[in-house]
Design a protein around this ligand. Structure first.
Ligand SMILES: CC(C)(COP(=O)(O)OP(=O)(O)OC[C@H]1O[C@@H](n2cnc3c(N)ncnc32)[C@H](O)[C@@H]1OP(=O)(O)O)[C@@H](O)C(=O)NCCC(=O)NCCS
Length: 451
């Protein structure tokens, strides 16, 4: 194997290990569109889900049943109409809808069993009627009222994979047909999931035919790769009345999910082999990711901040973690620096120095000792990476003497002097002999994919 290929593979393995560590014991809620069941890759997708489970990620599955319901209703000559993508479930169709929902869940459970993985299908959802909206009676179509989270947490704790058919029951045991997307959203929020996935049969949100907000990342195949909550809301506003129901529902749910604490929502193509693994374990995810705003407390540094920033840096300078900087050093590069501020007090800082060869240096990262281990350092790094990506830089690097483990935990990998921009190689302080670490920025995704 040639050396560069080997290096690339080693880098992928390192990245994956970092992510495995980070996601252990985190909950991922995964909605699986039932169109995927007929894909030749479906058994492989299930195998990948088993892999995630065996790594210690706590997965919760919500299989959609829309197509199976259509098939069964057709077989029994029953009809339901839909309004704005919501099926109006006449009471006499409910036994068939239940049959379809449990059939899809059972199939999934059987496939999991083939991989020696225990799953359980449950009735953990208390539901209520949607009722009458705009004069339309939605009959036995329902919405989630609440989940039995305590029982669910025990199920997860016992190492089982919960599977949720899209059926909920009211206090008297009356069943309702639920939207599985909405159900997945509620489960994610209630269980405080780290990620919510919508596995569909298309590659994320396409821009074709739609207006897009400025400043968003779009892949070469015209898929929106990432949107902050604000950008996602702007996207919906720009395309009001134009988006197909499914996309509108998914983007709206993603905005609500991120606003309620889920860090990332991923809309990806479940019919392409291995996409869910790539999305989770590399910094080059595919599909569309909608994320909560990690950066609301971060802003560019201004001249009056310099005294506070120098004070913040002082302990790290004294421990020789940072090189000494003067007020005039900071003033000269004021545009490179950012600060993390809460209620007028600066708790962290960092800088991004850009080089003409398409790389940027991350430097001067400090978090106030009183505020460490709260994820602030990671947010500053992710902000600086986005800044670099907006300049179309291909990589960021850092020189560090004492903090390499932290950067490696964030996905940085060891690099050599020859990876540095030429001018940086010439300025390299051999006496200080810092370690060189690098993070390759994806073409499409800028921030730390793992947050
Ligand atoms: C390193 C530093 C920026 C981290 O900031 P932070 O906001 O505390 O970091 P986060 O909250 O994002 O991450 C915390 C995690 O990193 C780990 N961590 C923190 N400092 C670390 C270090 N020096 N080495 C290895 N791991 C470290 C914590 O144990 C924690 O791990 P966990 O998530 O498994 O519990 C901060 O401790 C600091 O300012 N250090 C002094 C200055 C410095 O080293 N700057 C880098 C110069 S190159």
């Amino acid at each position: 194997m040639d050396k560069s290929r080997l290096k690339e593979q080693v880098e992928i393995i390192r990245q994956a290990f970092g992510y495995i560590n980070r996601y252990k014991n985190e909950i991922f809620v995964i909605k699986i569109d039932d169109t995927l069941v007929s894909s030749p890759y479906f058994p492989i997708l299930v195998k990948d889900l088993v892999l995630l489970h065996k790594m210690g990620i706590r997965i919760v599955l919500v299989p959609g049943a829309r197509n199976r319901i259509n098939d069964i209703l057709q077989t029994y000559n029953k009809k339901c109409r839909s309004v704005s993508g919501i099926r109006i479930s006449e009471p006499d169709t409910i036994p068939f809808i239940k049959m379809a929902a449990f059939d899809v869940s059972n199939n999934l459970m059987t496939l999991l069993a083939e991989h020696d993985t225990n799953a359980v299908i449950g009735n953990w959802v208390r539901a209520k009627s949607i009722g009458v909206r705009n004069g339309i009676d939605y009959q036995s179509s329902g919405m989630v009222e609440r989940l039995q989270t305590d029982i669910l947490k025990n199920v997860i704790e016992d190492g089982l994979i919960p599977i949720f058919p899209n059926i909920g029951w009211n206090a008297k045991g009356k069943p309702y047909n639920l939207s599985s997307n909405e159900l997945a959203y509620t489960i994610g929020v209630e269980l405080k999931a780290a990620k919510l996935f919508f596995l569909t049969n298309r590659s994320g949100i396409s821009i074709n035919g739609f207006k897009i907000p400025e400043d968003i990342y779009v892949s070469s195949d015209k898929i929106i790769t990432q949107l902050s909550i604000a950008q996602a809301a702007h996207f919906l506003e720009l395309n009001s009345g134009m988006l197909p129901n499914e996309q509108l529902e998914l983007v709206s749910l993603a905005i609500r999910a991120c606003s309620k604490g889920i860090r990332r929502v991923h809309i990806i193509d479940g019919s392409s082999e291995g996409l869910i693994l790539k999305e989770i374990f590399s910094n080059r995810g595919l599909g569309t990711m909608i994320y909560s705003n990690q950066h609301e407390n971060i802003r560019p540094m201004k001249i009056p901040d310099i005294a506070d920033v120098l004070r913040l840096m002082q302990p790290a300078i004294e421990q020789q973690i940072l090189v000494n900087r003067t007020a005039s050093d900071l003033e000269k590069k004021v545009n490179d620096y950012v600060v993390y501020e809460v209620d007028g007090t600066i708790h962290a800082c960092g800088a991004l120095h850009e080089y003409p060869d398409g790389q940027s240096e991350i430097a001067a990262i400090v978090v106030d000792e009183m505020y460490t281990n709260l994820g602030i350092g990671k947010k500053v790094i992710s902000y600086l990476m986005e800044k670099a990506a907006k300049q179309h830089h291909k990589a960021v690097f850092v020189l560090t003497t004492q903090t390499s483990d932290w950067f490696i935990q964030l996905g940085f990998t060891p690099a050599t002097m020859t990876d540095l921009p030429l001018s940086k190689q010439q300025d390299f302080n051999r006496k200080r002999n810092s370690r060189i670490l690098r993070y390759q920025l994806s073409e499409n995704k800028a921030s730390l994919h793992s947050e």
